[in-house]
Write a protein that binds this ligand. Structure first.
Ligand code: ADP
Ligand code: MG
Length: 293
């Protein structure tokens, strides 16, 4: 059975002006000498649909540095999840190559933790036992497992809910539990697919702050898909703006705001508002083009 960060694929699923096109900024290249974690080189992916085959993503050249926080934003259906699936080794590119730590991804990439759009918590397990699952699958001994799970539950603020079942949790708590379940295994890279998309604004801000705090401490590489531009700019080192039909990179924006960031303050600064407006303008043309809302 194939596994990502201790979870099988079935477990995961069941349960200024833009830089000119063609500049290194817009292509998503890292500076020379920087250590690369994930690299997409001339990647395209084609699918067979009801009307024949179609190109979901094309011409993807993107280099993600070790410890970098990269957000991907773009209209619905432009291939954001497809991009993550290729880094996870769940999908192979039709053209080009995806590399992880310098090696071509040819099978399930067990070095990454994947927080998918679907709920990965098992309803018959308590929060504690859900978070422990990846460690159990990797035969981590019980005392060590206990230690890591309780530390993780403390970090995401769920220590008092260890004995609760997923159905007894709020949406925000379930997201925290999923984050804990992925982080506990200590993957080097996290792929996160719209993890806070269904939450209200207040909860989302809290989870963004929690995630940034965890990232500041552990500096994992994060590839984070969102449809919320504000979220992307608040959190990322770089924002990758996708266009639709076919999915492709339109622009990569470096976000150099100081860290650690105070999200409440940052979002009202003129620099933030200016960046938001520029990128929104770019996204708007794509949303119109793809017919999405
Ligand atoms: P996004 O995450 O940006 O909304 P996806 O990566 O899920 O977009 O999908 C991009 C396009 O590829 C969509 O048109 C979607 O229907 C199609 N697609 C994704 N996965 C498959 C698949 N396994 N088989 C056929 N079509 C797919
Ligand atoms: Mg998606």
């Amino acid at each position: 059975m194939t596994r990502i960060a201790g979870l099988s694929a079935s477990e995961l699923s069941s349960e200024s002006a833009a830089a000119p096109a063609g500049s290194s900024e817009s292509r998503g290249a890292a500076a020379p000498g920087e250590e690369l974690q994930v690299e997409y080189s001339s990647v395209a992916r084609t699918f067979n649909g009801p009307l024949g085959s179609f190109v979901a993503v094309t011409d993807i050249d993107l280099q993600i540095r070790t410890g970098e926080f990269v957000c991907i934003i773009g209209p619905s259906g432009c291939g954001k999840s497809t991009l993550l699936n290729m880094a996870a080794g769940l999908l192979t590119p039709s053209e080009g190559e995806v590399s992880y730590s310098g090696k071509r991804v040819r099978e399930i990439n067990t070095d990454v933790g994947y927080v998918t759009q679907k709920d990965s918590l098992l309803p018959w397990r308590t929060v504690e036992r859900n978070v422990a699952l990846p460690l159990e699958l990797h035969k981590v001994r019980k005392p060590e497992r206990r230690r890591r799970v309780s530390e993780m539950l403390r970090r995401v603020g769920l220590e008092k809910f260890a004995d609760h079942y997923p159905s007894q949790l709020s949406g925000g708590m379930r997201q925290r539990a999923m984050l804990a379940q992925t982080w506990v295994y200590e993957p080097h890279t996290l792929l996160m697919d719209e993890p806070f998309g269904a939450l209200d604004a207040l909860l989302r801000t809290q989870l963004q702050e929690d995630l940034l705090e965890m990232w500041e401490r552990d500096r994992k590489t994060i590839l984070f898909v969102t449809h919320d531009l504000e979220e992307a700019i608040l959190m990322a080192d770089r924002v990758v703006v996708f266009g639709a039909a076919p999915g492709r990179i339109l622009h990569v924006e470096s976000v150099d705001f100081d860290r650690p960031r105070n999200l409440m303050e940052l979002r009202s600064t003129p620099e933030f508002v200016d960046m938001w407006k520029r990128l929104w303008h770019l996204l708007e043309t794509q949303i119109d083009a793809s017919g999405a809302q």
